[in-house]
Design a protein around this ligand. Structure first.
Ligand code: ATP
Length: 405
């Protein structure tokens, strides 16, 4: 069989995507094309991104027009950054004897040599390109030739359909008609669920001043000062790393809200939260306040933003695949202004240089400290460490490959 793999955020899937998939299937005689929605990078937490379930549901509706098209939730189901090479390897293991084709729009061809392990991708699959704009055929041909030394690059002849998900989201937010860009069932779905509406575009209102009053009344002066410092640090980090500074400030401010509650109250919150908590966390008193804090702000302050809740929830233990906000709160807590442990300045510098490298260092530091005390390492911390060390290794190997070729 000739199998096409077509990745994207599909936020939402539009006629341009379906046009690409069908044209590639026609032109390159593909028997099957899998549309593979990506995990929205854990490092993006914008409200423009609807849930994975919604994107999947829209995809299923859209592919029903052609029986050659199908949807794969592979990238949504794995707990790691969704690099295309891993997806190709996944399909290779499913279809060891079949021919694989990676489908992309022309914009992706132009930056393809920046993709992680793009040479390996081309070794495993042929690249099929469909143009997104008129008049770029010469440019595409040149690029295809350049990449040709690593594998097969095929350029389709289909007329471009100039649409993007970004444009569609903007149109929906402005209440403009979108029915000519999307499958009718997708339009219905978006309407029914109120996706991408202005509601999502409006900035959420945070009330840090109110919360400061609460914290001041419920925390010791020292803990309150720490909370303010962490909030300020998180705001700065958010500015540096492109996150919402107000949201980061708010999450940082609230991260220790339950830290000084009596043990039994913290434990009760942990138990009632219904969050998945590993055994080591349950057995380590000093970790309860993070889980309790997330549940407390959810139930008492009505905080619904999952990213804020997770940032508070995981600020003590970390985990694999943390969102950028989670990393910011974790590290903001570690380097806030009043911290004065031995290597704090090194840690500060690293945090402002690379969040991944800083997380690796921080989790390793935390595990060493636990080991020294004879404590238990929470599974999510160990998983987090493995996650960041893999990221670092992959980055190093892709840099060195780039350097040698
Ligand atoms: P956004 O505007 O949110 O960046 P997008 O419309 O570019 O989204 P993605 O889901 O990011 O869509 O793209 C997935 C893949 O589909 C990419 O390879 C992209 O080049 C291709 N693609 C998107 N729109 C078109 C189109 N109109 N014609 C051909 N290919 C397209």
């Amino acid at each position: 069989m000739r199998i096409g793999i077509f990745g994207g955020s599909f936020n939402p899937v539009h006629n341009g995507h379906i046009h690409l998939a069908r044209s590639a299937a026609d032109e390159f005689s593909l028997d099957k094309v899998f549309l593979v929605p990506s995990r929205i990078s854990p490092h993006r937490s914008s409200s423009e991104y609807v849930s994975a379930e919604d994107r999947l549901a829209m995809l299923h509706a859209a592919v029903s027009v052609d029986e050659r098209l199908d949807v794969s939730d592979y990238e949504l189901s794995v707990d790691r950054v969704s690099y295309t090479i891993y997806t190709i390897e996944h399909f290779r293991s499913l279809y060891p004897d079949d021919e694989l084709f990676l489908l992309v729009g022309s914009d992706m061809l132009m930056c393809f040599d920046k993709w992680f392990r793009y040479e390996d991708i081309l070794e495993e699959a042929s690249l099929c390109v469909i143009s997104r704009i008129t008049g770029d055929s010469e440019q595409l041909r040149k690029k295809a030739e350049e990449l040709g030394k690593f594998g097969e690059v095929l350029i389709g002849n289909a007329e471009p359909l100039e649409i993007s998900s970004t444009e569609i989201r903007k149109k929906i937010a402005k209440n403009k008609n979108i029915s000519c860009y999307l499958d009718e069932n997708v339009v219905q779905y978006i309407r029914l669920k109120g996706l991408y509406s202005l509601r999502g575009e409006t900035k959420v209102h945070y009330d840090p001043d109110e919360k400061k009053k609460y914290l001041k009344a419920h925390l010791s002066a020292k803990r309150y000062a720490h909370s303010l410092n962490v909030a300020a640090e998180c705001r700065k980090l958010a500015q540096k790393y492109g996150e919402d500074p107000d949201k980061a400030y708010y999450a940082g401010l609230l991260h220790d809200i339950c830290k000084e509650l009596p043990d039994e109250e913290q434990k009760a919150l942990v138990i009632n939260s219904g969050f998945t908590v590993c055994r080591e966390e349950l057995e380590t008193r000093s970790l309860w306040h993070a889980i309790a804090g997330a549940y407390f702000i959810k139930t008492n302050f009505g905080v619904e933003d999952i990213d804020i809740l997770n940032a508070v929830r995981f600020h003590t233990v970390g985990r694999a695949g943390m969102s950028r906000l989670e990393e910011i709160v974790y590290l903001g807590d570690l380097i806030s202004a009043e911290r004065d442990y031995k290597d704090v300045d090194k840690m500060r510098k690293l945090t402002y240089t690379s969040l991944n490298a800083a997380m690796l260092e921080a989790l390793s530091f935390s595990m060493k400290a636990v080991i020294k005390k004879g404590g238990l390492i929470p599974v999510c911390t160990a998983e987090g460490y493995n996650f960041y060390i893999r990221l670092e290794r992959e980055e190093k190997s892709s840099n060195s490959k780039r350097g040698t070729k």
